[in-house]
Write a protein that binds this ligand. Structure first.
Ligand code: NAD
Length: 498
């Protein structure tokens, strides 16, 4: 079986005595062995990044940006191979993997605008013969820790912008599906990224703990579940690092009585069941305003679910693949059991589904609950599976109060034809990313991505303009060249323009 090593100083590096199997979730079979980095291996990666930093920092931004332009080309040329790896290890259908990769490529494209993004600000004559400017300088060695659910895209949210700003980077991908991130790192070398500028260490908590404690690492980006995000933010900050830690979600979609119900149903099918619900912007809750709206949504969803095709992600006929691991499958199935036990009405039961020829795969069919109540576990907790619940409310305000009271604030959306209601919603809802008739309002690469409340720890969102800010620090420089031969006396008052 193929062993996946680390990538340090531009070459494969074998380090760490512990290993872990990587599975194909569609077959349930172990397909690769992953080396789990020990402290020594991570320290070697940090040393490599530290050594590469001075020359890379001094490389003109335009030259750094050209590496990103070349990488974009290579990613496009190798898209089929990268997506095959994503589907093989994650399980999502190939078309969805292609969408993920395309969004990642757009982040690489945005990073290639670095010379423009890093220009800084200049003011002439802020005082007699005095000019001032502020510039954005890199931080040094930076690191990123990423989740399983977007194995190619989320790393591409981070390191292209970090390196194009002049930093060096250490990526710790998810141990569940690391191969696409590894392949992309190798393509970056082919694109001309010097060895050591990007290093990849595979591993788990042991590797992450070193990245959080080593004084050479200046900043850490994290994307994953909320408890880990909170812990990473706390430890990283306590160790003096700049940290952004994006966490979990429980996104609600409000459906108003005046909404185009047929289109809302279609949109919700993809939002709830796309990628088997394993998206932080998935919408696992519909808040239906009025019983009539709820009844119509259920009728439409039941009909659409009956047409859904569940199967391996490699089959172009499949709409939805398996869950990522057996443990996650058991956890999601357990949530469905709990929903039933707590009194929600299970309208469509996806438990027990069998996919012919893939009997050992981690497949769970789409599940639909009606009469979900705000005290229930399936309302409160992130399930991260193909489980959609409907909550019935009497008014828009009641629905908004529910969303605002929830611990997460990643994404939300409203389906309506009423501009006034939509405007009130977008203006007031306590959520970071909001859609109007757009169920997955994932910002494009030139905006930034981030939730509110316990969906993000830190001040700056991921990628886009906030990405530039996160991976740079501002320096303000004031400069004066006094005329030669002019004698200047001492001044004891605070310098000002009075
Ligand atoms: P996870 O928190 O289990 O793992 C994320 C990363 O943290 C992995 O690289 C993992 O190796 C590492 N990790 C796990 N336990 C750790 C520990 N105790 N100490 C240090 N590092 C540890 O998340 P996951 O299951 O891979 O991903 C799914 C979660 O990610 C969901 O909660 C989802 O909502 C969230 N997510 C959020 C966003 C966002 O932008 N807000 C995007 C994608 C996924």
């Amino acid at each position: 079986m193929q062993t996946i090593p680390h990538l340090i100083q531009g070459v494969a590096h074998h380090g760490g005595t512990r290993t872990q199997a990587v599975y194909n979730p569609a077959t349930g079979a172990a397909i690769r062995t992953l080396q789990l980095a020990d402290a020594k291996t991570v320290e070697l990666a940090i040393a490599s990044a530290q050594a590469a930093y001075p020359a890379w920092r001094a490389t003109p931004p335009l030259k750094r940006a050209r590496v990103m332009s070349k990488l974009k080309e290579l990613l496009e040329q190798n898209a089929d191979k990268i997506c095959a790896l994503i589907t093989e290890e994650h399980g999502k259908v190939l078309a969805d993997a292609m969408g993920e990769l395309q969004r990642g490529i757009e982040n690489v494209e945005y990073a290639s605008y670095a010379p423009e993004l890093l220009k800084g600000e200049h003011s002439k004559n802020v005082g007699p013969g005095i000019d001032a400017w502020s510039e954005f300088q890199p931080l040094g060695v930076t690191a990123g820790i990423t989740p399983f659910n977007f194995p190619a895209m989320v790393p591409l949210w981070m390191w292209p912008m970090a390196v194009v700003c002049g930093n060096t980077f250490i990526l710790k991908p998810s141990e569940r599906d690391p191969s696409s991130a590894m392949m992309i790192a190798e393509l970056a070398l082919q694109a001309g990224l010097p060895p050591g500028v990007l290093n990849v260490v595979n591993g788990d908590k042991e590797a992450v703990d070193v990245l959080l404690s080593d004084a050479r690492v200046q900043a850490v980006s994290f994307v994953g579940s909320t408890p880990i995000a909170q812990a990473i933010y706390g430890t990283g900050c306590a160790n003096g690092k700049r940290v952004q830690a994006l966490g979990g979600a429980k996104n609600h979609a409000i459906v108003m009585p005046d909404a185009d119900i047929a289109n809302a149903v279609s949109a919700m099918m993809g939002a709830a069941y796309g990628s088997c619900g394993e998206r932080c912007m998935a919408v696992p809750l519909i808040v239906a305003v009025g019983d009539d709206t709820a009844d119509k949504m259920i009728e439409g969803l039941k009909a659409e679910i009956a047409r859904m095709r569940i199967g391996p992600g490699t089959d172009p006929q499949s709409d939805m693949g398996p869950l990522v691991t057996r443990a996650h499958f058991e956890k999601v199935k357990g949530y469905v059991d709990t929903g039933v036990a707590e009194g929600a009405k299970l309208v469509v039961d996806g438990r027990g589904i069998k996919v012919s020829g893939h009997e050992d795969g981690f497949f769970l069919g789409p599940c639909l609950f009606d009469h979900v109540k705000p005290h229930m576990t399936i309302y409160l907790e992130e399930i991260f599976g193909p489980v959609l619940g409907i909550v019935r409310v009497a008014s828009l305000q009641e629905g908004m109060d529910l969303i605002d009271a929830h611990e997460y604030g990643n994404g939300t959306c409203i389906f309506t034809r009423d501009g006034e209601a939509a405007r009130y919603f977008t203006d007031n809802i306590q959520v970071g990313m909001v859609g109007v008739n757009v169920p997955l309002p994932v910002p494009v690469a030139y905006h930034s991505f981030g939730g509110w409340k316990r969906s993000l720890f830190g001040d700056l969102h991921a990628y886009g303009p906030d990405g530039v800010r996160f991976y740079t620090r501002r320096k303000a420089i004031t400069q004066r060249w006094p005329s030669a031969g002019v004698r200047e006396g001492a001044v004891f008052s605070f310098p000002s323009s009075r």
